[in-house]
Design a protein around this ligand. Structure first.
Ligand code: FAD
Length: 435
């Protein structure tokens, strides 16, 4: 096929990218290594396999992932269309019959007149042509090696270490205090703990229910970046001498150094989202909510993201990618899906959609597109490509990555206002770009 776009990976991102590029009039060669080779998590020969849960999370447009879904529907996403067609009852969540979902997507792509599906493993990045790399969190080892050569050794990661993020306006301002260690500025928000509070917290961390490691994750050694609950297993005082050490911090309300401190670091200049420094964890989400709300100042914390640690392959997108998802050093190459540093089925789909549209624009000599930062899809693109984002870790969509509304709205009202603006801005952007 002349001028065909090559897409590597027939997962959620690759399928969406293929669909978007083909719908824009392009010929597409979509490479998927299954069934010749399976990653440790994939089991079905079908495209767009959901490797774990059959839920695409909330469908409520006033929730960030629900908003992202609504935006994808406006952008004619194939994955969203088929998800809606194959929905099974799951309350406020959009869950699907995973087999019918994958079958329908496979069929739509197989029967598309401009899409050719090649069941082959791609071992090396092709030297020519427009390319979308969407090989996912479990990219095959030979391709990983090739990507590593392209991006540089230090720009490709093999596991994530995600700390929870809370909403700035949900902190208890009567308890937390701003300070950096030794009075050098006030960059951090600190949650002070006395001895009893610390011991109670450690006890709950020990007891908290954890997500077990999967077989293919067990060889990972997180030394230097251990989950907090594993640090606790090394001794009751380990955290007080590690991420929770109080040294150099004086609580202005007592004039004394607390027994231990949880430090929160700003995720954005506006301070609307803050992460719990060093709190990467395998605790189950419900347990994180329960146990982290024991931290003084976080009693009513609203969680934008929960902590996690997984086997994951992702690149340091803030230094490597343009906002169009093009690789800066070779603009013919796009990255899409989880490998760009987003987290989740819907987020991976969104990155596939943008890469697919832009790959087609590049071949057709059209201006490439960047969605507005006020939208969920644009917020994600901005998050992964923002050069200020030095300590980059994968991110799921959440309201903390979007600009807050003007005024003093809080909680649900704030989220509703952000979502309404996002949908309005996206609609205008779609009309402007003739999408
Ligand atoms: C074990 C596990 C469980 C997860 N569970 C969830 C969950 O429950 N909910 C959620 O929202 N997110 C989950 N995720 C995160 C993530 O959102 C999904 O993995 C999502 O499927 C990522 O989409 P993707 O298109 O980027 O990659 P994938 O969907 O993994 O697609 C990548 C495709 O590329 C193919 N491929 C890889 N290497 C090559 C190669 N060299 N040549 C050709 N083809 C290749 C693979 O076979 C695969 O089909 C999970 C991730 C993992 C690893």
């Amino acid at each position: 096929m002349a001028d065909a776009i090559t897409i590597v990976g027939g997962g959620l991102a690759g399928c969406e990218a293929a669909w978007q590029a083909a719908q824009a009039g392009m010929s597409v060669n979509l490479y998927e290594m299954k069934p010749v080779r399976f990653s440790p998590a994939h089991v079905s020969p079908l495209l767009a396999e959901l490797v774990c849960s059959n839920s695409l999370r909330s469908n409520n447009p006033h929730n960030a992932v629900g908003l992202l879904k609504e935006e994808l529907r406006l952008l004619n996403s194939l994955i969203m269309k088929v998800a809606d067609e194959t929905r099974v009852p799951a309350g406020d969540a959009l869950a699907v019959d995973r087999r019918i979902f994958a079958e329908k997507i496979t069929c739509r792509l197989e029967t598309h007149p401009r899409i050719k599906i090649l069941r082959e493993e791609v071992n090396r990045i092709p030297k020519e042509g427009i390319l979308v790399l969407a090989s996912g969190p479990l990219t095959s080892p030979s391709l990983v090696e090739s990507i590593q050569k392209l991006t540089g050794q230090d720009s490709l990661y093999f596991y994530d270490a995600i700390a929870p993020i809370v909403e700035g306006d949900s902190l208890n301002a009567h308890i937390v205090f701003r300070a950096s260690r030794y009075g050098e500025g006030n960059d951090y928000v600190n949650c002070p703990m006395n001895r009893e509070e610390y011991y109670r917290f450690i006890e709950e961390l020990k007891r908290g229910e954890k997500v077990p490691y999967r077989d293919f994750e067990s060889p990972i050694h997180f030394e230097g970046c251990l989950p907090i609950e594993e640090m606790v297993e090394r001794g009751i005082e380990t955290l007080a001498h590690g991420p929770m050490k109080p040294v150099g911090l004086i609580n202005p309300r007592t004039g004394r150094m607390p027994y231990a401190v949880v430090q929160l670091r700003l995720e954005n200049e506006r301070g609307t989202a803050l992460n719990l420094v060093g709190f990467q964890t395998k605790l189950k989400w419900k347990e994180q909510e329960r146990i982290f709300r024991m931290i003084p100042g976080l009693e009513n914390a609203s969680f934008l993201r929960f902590g996690s640690m997984h086997r994951n392959t992702f690149i340091h997108s803030p230094t490597l990618l343009e906002k169009t998802l093009q690789f800066k050093k070779e603009l013919r190459i796009f990255f899409a899906g989880q490998i760009t540093g987003v987290e989740g089925y819907v987020e991976s789909t969104a990155m596939g959609l943008i890469a697919g549209i832009n790959a087609a624009c590049l071949v057709q000599n059209k201006s490439l597109m960047v969605p507005p930062e006020t939208t969920a899809i644009g917020g994600l693109v901005h998050y992964v490509t923002n050069q200020q984002n030095r300590e980059f870790q994968p991110m799921n969509v959440n309201f903390g990555i979007l600009p807050p509304p003007s005024g003093r709205l809080r909680g649900r009202d704030k989220h509703k206002a952000i979502a309404e603006k996002a949908l309005k801005d996206l609609q205008e952007w779609i009309e402007l770009n003739g999408l």
